[in-house]
Design a protein around this ligand. Structure first.
Ligand code: AGP
Length: 606
């Protein structure tokens, strides 16, 4: 989604604003802009496309102000043009916004009737005119902003500077994240701590409804009722170093290769390595008496939840309901009070997931969240936080966060099984031991990465690709299809292999590759039958399995033999080949692997 940054500095800020926006590029964008105020006069510079275009513009037309705001825009309302790029402004106020103003059409009509002249197609511009009209009516800046916020419906994080005020910046949030950065005689605003890391590690995340008025030496936060509040200042974990690609061509490649390391870090957080026991820090849910778990998430995080459903039901005999958050938030599902609602989110800011969390809170559920950003909104609204220690994930396509989510969920399922009397002490040690093997197994798969490059070239010429899996491999088939489609733009579908005969087999011919995710487990023979049905119709099969003999016994176009692991841990292992297939296909096709078209890293609007 959009990225926001603001600086009340002690020197010209335009360059620092752009540097901070670079740290938000991972969120996805299609235009960018900055605005500064110098001797009370507002200036602005914007450009379509990447930040380098904005930098070129600034070289031609430098902005000298020591206070300013910046924005990377991911177009929601209005085409990705320079005119629609933020900041939006009048001579009185400049605004940058992340979110969606749902009632902007009615507001725009009313404002135009009152004489406002709109320049853009965006929803954001109504904020500019609401504030400007209040200022013209004599309101002080903070009052003007408060009156504007009362009119807005929808989600926003905004940063505002004012004509005539060189030492004033106001920020507000409702549904989209916004953080204050505390500097030395400087103050900052940003969408997240990563943007602020070059300036400060003292960060305070605003709560929904908060509005903050900043000068270089003062911070005044008010809650949605206008009451002064204090919010906790924390030490940000975000590194001051620009997250870089190391010796990899893309962030996605780097993050795929980081998986052995970050899975190890995550395991160390949840496993007593001296006893091979699972220990979940700061988690007081009594699984023994828990009636059910409700899991909700979006995209790849949802597929991690689907895998966890198999684990909780098989190893803990615990009923699980799971749904994508965009459906769950509106379903009005009846929920027995006292259940556990578990949310999975890399960013911790996904609007649909957050909205579902709030619904489950109203339904008196215990709230736990598996998140990669501890300071995120979803984390802060949870009773229990289960962090993934994946480190910043920059590639829009989630990889290391996914396998770290699986790692956390596997530990949780073991804990649940132990507390509910379905996993003995010996079994716990064995399953934990299997988890501890995963980093080594993944390293071996990565060592054979070249195998995936060749196959990717074949996939790259496909129009449609089918992914099949059974049991806990079915969510991995879904994930593989998502990875391929979101970075290579090839249409791909994941299906439960047993569903093939109920329709999808009509798709099969020699032009539709079928990727089969099939460890040699109790369902393998059933899946072989499906593969035979595909082969009989000329379908090309790419088999991902852990049994070389099985693979040889079946004439496949290609197969990848993975290290033999335990059926419990196979989903973590089989996630890696489908990531590599998608990555190398996209590289071959020349798409923007780290920032695929139309996508954003964190979907903070619904
Ligand atoms: C994953 O590759 C996708 N980029 C997307 O589906 C993502 O998983 C989804 O938007 C959820 O994001 P979250 O984990 O930050 O909540």
């Amino acid at each position: 989604m959009c990225g926001i940054v603001g600086i009340l500095g002690t020197q010209p800020v335009a360059g620092n604003l752009v540097d901070a926006l670079k740290r938000l590029e991972y969120r996805g964008y299609d235009s960018a802009g900055v605005s500064t105020v110098e001797n009370g006069v507002l200036g602005r510079c914007r450009a379509r496309g990447k930040l380098r275009n904005l930098q070129s513009r600034l070289e031609e037309m430098p902005l000298k102000g020591h206070a300013g705001i910046g924005h990377t825009r991911w177009a929601t309302h209005g085409a990705p043009t320079e005119t629609n790029a933020h900041p939006h402004m009048t001579d009185k106020v400049a605004v940058v916004h992340n979110g969606i103003i749902e009632n902007f059409k009615s507001l725009r009509e009313r404002l135009e009737k009152a004489g406002a002249h709109f320049e853009t197609e965006t929803d954001t511009e109504v904020i500019v005119h609401l504030i400007s009209q209040a200022l013209e009516a004599g309101a002080a800046p903070e009052t003007a902003v408060q009156s504007a916020l009362k009119e807005l419906e929808g989600a926003f994080a905004i940063a505002i500077i004012f004509g005539g005020h060189d030492d004033l910046m106001i920020g507000a949030r409702r549904g989209s994240p916004l953080a204050i950065g505390y500097g030395d005689r400087e103050m900052y605003l940003g969408s997240d701590a990563i943007a602020l890391a070059p300036f400060t590690d003292r960060v305070c995340y605003l709560e929904d409804g908060d509005c903050v008025t900043l000068t270089r030496t003062s911070v005044a936060i008010k809650d949605e009722n206008g009451h002064p509040v204090d919010r906790k200042i924390s030490q940000s974990q975000a590194s001051a170093m620009l997250v870089d690609k190391g010796n990899h061509r893309h962030f996605m490649a780097k993050e795929i290769h980081e998986q052995p390391e970050v899975i190890s870090h995550t395991l160390a957080h949840y496993v007593d390595l001296s006893r091979n026991r699972v220990e979940i820090p700061d988690f007081n849910i009594d699984f023994a008496t828990l009636p059910r778990i409700t899991i909700s998430a979006c995209g790849t995080a949802y597929y991690a939840g689907l895998v966890a459903k198999y684990w909780f039901e098989r190893y803990a005999r615990l009923p699980v309901e799971i749904d994508v958050a965009s459906e769950m938030r509106y379903r009005e599902a009846p929920m027995q009070p006292g259940g556990l609602a578990l949310f999975i989110s890399q960013s911790g800011e996904t609007a649909d997931t957050l909205a579902t969390l709030r619904y489950c809170r109203e339904q008196k559920q215990h709230i736990a969240s598996v998140v990669n950003v501890r300071e995120s909104t979803i984390a802060r609204e949870s009773d229990a936080i289960l962090p993934t220690l994946a480190g910043p994930e920059i590639g829009v396509a989630s990889t290391k966060a996914f396998t770290c989510q699986l790692t956390v969920l596997a530990c949780l399922a073991i804990r649940a099984g132990c507390e509910r009397g379905h996993i003995s002490s010996d079994q716990e040690m064995e399953l934990v031991g299997q988890l501890l093997e995963i980093p080594r197994h993944i390293s071996r798969i990565l060592h054979d990465e070249k195998l995936f490059e060749k196959i990717a070239h074949d996939l790259a010429h496909s129009r449609d690709v089918l992914y099949l899996g059974r049991g806990s491999s079915y969510p991995i088939a879904l994930e593989g299809a998502l990875k391929l489609k979101e970075i290579s733009y090839i249409h791909a579908e994941g299906y439960a292999a047993g569903e093939l005969k109920h329709g999808p087999i009509a798709l099969i011919d020699e032009d539709v590759p079928v990727v089969v995710v099939a460890p040699r487990d109790e369902l393998f023979d059933k899946t072989v039958s499906n593969m035979e049905e595909v082969a009989a119709r000329g379908g090309q099969i790419l088999l991902i399995t852990d049994d070389g003999e099985a693979a040889d016994s079946f004439s496949t176009a290609s197969n990848f033999i993975l290290p033999k692991a335990h059926s419990f841990t196979n989903p973590l292992l089989f996630a890696v080949p489908v990531q590599l297939l998608a990555y190398h296909t996209a590289v071959f096709m020349g798409t923007d692997v780290d920032q695929p078209r139309n996508l954003a890293k964190s979907v903070t609007v619904e």
